[in-house]
Design a protein around this ligand. Structure first.
Ligand code: URP
Ligand code: ZN
Ligand code: ZN
Length: 461
């Protein structure tokens, strides 16, 4: 099967030019002006951008959390991702306490069999006795080259500093990357107990018991631990200026610290949790939404490269019957929100259209930098001969209003309901196969492959 995409404006992290792209056997084989080649399928991209498919390195499909399970599985979640121009995700396999990482990996491989686009996995470590340290090397050999550790959620996912330090020493030697959920879980736990004892049960107290200082402190500690261990660290879902400043200071000192933020922290603020009729629960995720002034600081961080990646932390729970589990106590609201479908649209509209970031930087943030950071580059994350033909024909003029009534995520609300955005994926190709054609779904569960990723050290030397 061969495909020719004609006359598109090809936009990568570094380039912007008009050419044709020829695809054979899932790969890009030729790029050039006015190619005269025979193709089984020809698509006209005149007047449109052609970009490398989006890579969302932070999703939680089919994830058990808070007494329930996230409402998108690998089939529905990756389908929604593709409609929004994302052709690869990195999800999180979770090691239960006492469980071998290998067993957790088998569980997530099974879940991933339904994926419609390519996917990788990080491993969440909840338990790391000496006997399991070698498991981390085993995971790296399997292509899981990043590990997430939690400084929050005591009793569930949180690990102590010694465990973090030991994991980092291991990644310092095996070339993998520790991804850190940085919030001071012990302090937050006390604040939560105090609030509940005072009868403060509404969703807003989720945010009020998780102050930005608790995020800044944990980021600082994570960086210090990484420095002592001689390893890089990647801070996930940065939500506040406090956390951002710690990252910025460390990078200025030449410490290999990297960080991502998510559209919700760039565009939404704490007031959302005060919505009446318990609707604030729709915005309960961790870290929480902050006061509005933090947003411009995060945008600046994206512009000046203190933040390198925009992911979604897609972890959807329906309002009905899932978020509602916490009607009597904010601490019982399952933590997480939906977003995998809207990342490129929101960042394009609020970033590129509103002139906060350039077109090239947009591609870098949603595709190229995630690919480089997590060992997928140059197979993915760029448009080059030899790369996978994960491509998006992007219509910069297409306008639509984001709504749960029309989105493809399996969740009964949108965090961005009513947001009007200009710019959307028109056609999406996964390794050369057309999987989204306007509003038509052509993809299939099981077509997405598990990708064995290279190491952070391999990507950054
Ligand atoms: O609230 C969130 N973010 N849920 C997903 C788990 C995590 O902390 O990333
Ligand atoms: Zn997290
Ligand atoms: Zn997450």
């Amino acid at each position: 099967m061969s495909t020719l995409i004609k006359s598109g404006r090809i936009v990568t992290a570094e380039q912007d030019y008009t050419a044709d792209i020829y695809i054979e056997r899932e790969k890009i084989t030729t790029i050039g002006a006015d190619l005269s080649v025979a193709a089984d399928a020809v698509f006209d991209a005149g007047g449109k951008y052609v970009i490398p498919g989006g890579i969302d390195v932070h999703t939680h499909m089919d994830m058990p959390l808070g007494g329930t399970t996230s409402s998108d599985d690998f089939e529905t979640g990756t389908r929604a991702a593709a409609f929004g121009g994302t052709t690869c995700i990195i999800d999180f396999a979770t090691q239960a306490k006492g469980q071998k990482m290998r067993e957790a990996l088998d569980v997530w491989w099974k879940k991933g069999e339904k994926s419609t686009v390519d996917y990788g996995l990080h491993m969440i470590i909840t338990d790391l006795p000496d006997a399991h340290l070698e498991d981390m090397n085993d995971m790296v050999r399997e292509g899981l080259t990043s590990f997430k550790l939690f400084m929050a959620y005591p009793g569930v996912l949180m690990v102590d500093d010694a465990t973090i330090f030991r994991a980092m020493r291991q990644t310092g030697s095996n070339g993998a990357l520790v991804c850190m959920h940085a919030e001071n879980g012990g302090v937050i736990d006390l604040l939560v107990r105090k609030a509940l004892a005072e009868g403060k049960t509404a969703p807003i107290y989720h945010a009020l018991t998780r102050p930005a200082t608790a995020e800044g402190e944990a980021v600082n500690r994570a960086i210090a631990l990484a420095q002592m261990a001689g390893a890089p660290v990647y801070i996930v879902h940065v939500s506040s200026a406090d956390a951002l400043e710690r990252v910025s200071e460390a990078r200025d000192r030449g410490i290999p610290v990297f960080a991502e933020t998510c559209p919700q922290y760039l565009l939404l603020s704490i007031e959302e949790l005060e919505r009446p009729d318990f609707e604030g629960a729709k915005f309960v995720f961790t870290p929480p939404l902050r006061e509005k002034w933090h947003q411009e600081r995060l945008w600046k961080g994206l512009k000046n490269n203190t933040l390198q990646v925009v992911s979604t932390d897609h972890c959807p729970f329906c309002f009905k019957e899932q978020k509602e589990l916490g009607r009597g106590s904010f601490a019982k609201i399952p933590n997480g929100g939906p977003g995998v479908e809207n990342r490129l649209q929101l960042l394009f509209h609020h970033g590129v259209n509103l002139k906060r970031i350039s077109l090239n930087r947009w591609v870098e943030l949603v595709s190229t930098a995630p690919a480089k950071m997590f060992g997928l580059y140059p197979r993915k994350g760029t448009i080059a001969v030899g790369s996978d033909a994960d491509l998006v024909i992007w219509d910069p003029e297409a306008e639509h209003t984001i709504s749960a009534r029309t989105h493809h995520m399996r969740v009964d609300y949108s965090m961005f309901e009513g947001f009007r955005v200009k710019g959307n994926a028109e056609r999406v190709f996964s390794r050369g196969a057309l999987i989204v054609d306007g509003s038509t779904w052509l993809g299939k569960p099981g077509r997405g492959a598990f990708i064995r990723r290279g190491t952070y050290a391999g990507a950054w030397g």
